[in-house]
Design a protein around this ligand. Structure first.
Ligand code: FES
Ligand code: FES
Length: 185
């Protein structure tokens, strides 16, 4: 934002060269809540939410896979809905509530979906896992985990190069069933 630039454009020294400082027209201040904490981002308007989370807030649990909306590795929640953070600009997040994989359970603890992924071997290298877990959480909350086919369909935006799909489906089915009071083993 203009009010955050150094110097001004009226001729006062504002740069090491002594030339008038050029306003950074591409910078924006965005106020949002990240993992329950009020947060102020002051970043270029072209910075994605993914890069802001990783590079500016140090929340590197959210992964960058394709960086073009094709793999789901960057999935986070915005206002309770899953979004691809690589296709979302940070500046679009004004006033929104963002939750990342770091925010789904207290420090040192695991969310039941994470526990189920561990118990069911729902991952191998683990690179895709944060995005898978964030999608799984939303899927269960949306009530769309009624069958294995439903789980596969509504998780289809999250790719796994290790092919851990069957075990992920089992993990999600387990948590969804427990949520419905119909636990399966
Ligand atoms: Fe966002 Fe692949 S990194 S969809
Ligand atoms: Fe390796 Fe999914 S566990 S990419």
């Amino acid at each position: 934002m203009a009010e955050q630039m150094s110097g001004d454009a009226s001729g006062s020294p504002g740069s090491p060269t002594g030339r008038p400082a050029v306003p950074d027209l591409f910078e924006a201040v965005t106020r949002l809540v990240v993992n329950g904490r009020p947060t102020v981002l002051s970043v270029d308007t072209r910075v994605t939410l993914l890069d802001a989370l990783r590079d500016h807030l140090g929340l590197v649990g959210t992964k960058k896979g394709c960086d073009q909306g094709a793999c789901g590795a960057c999935t986070v929640h915005m206002n309770g809905k899953r979004v691809l953070s690589c296709l979302t600009l940070a500046a679009q997040c004004e006033g929104h509530v963002v939750t990342t994989i770091e925010g789904i359970a207290p420090p040192g603890a695991m969310h039941p979906v994470q526990e189920a992924f561990v118990e069911r071997d729902g991952f191998q290298c683990g690179f895709c896992t944060p995005g898978q877990v964030m999608s799984a959480l939303a899927l269960i909350d949306e009530g769309r985990a009624g069958s294995d086919d439903d789980i596969r369909e509504f998780m289809s935006g999250n790719l796994c190069r290790c092919g851990a799909y069957p075990n992920m489906v089992a993990a999600i089915r387990e948590v969804a069933s427990e949520r419905m009071g119909d636990a399966v083993l």
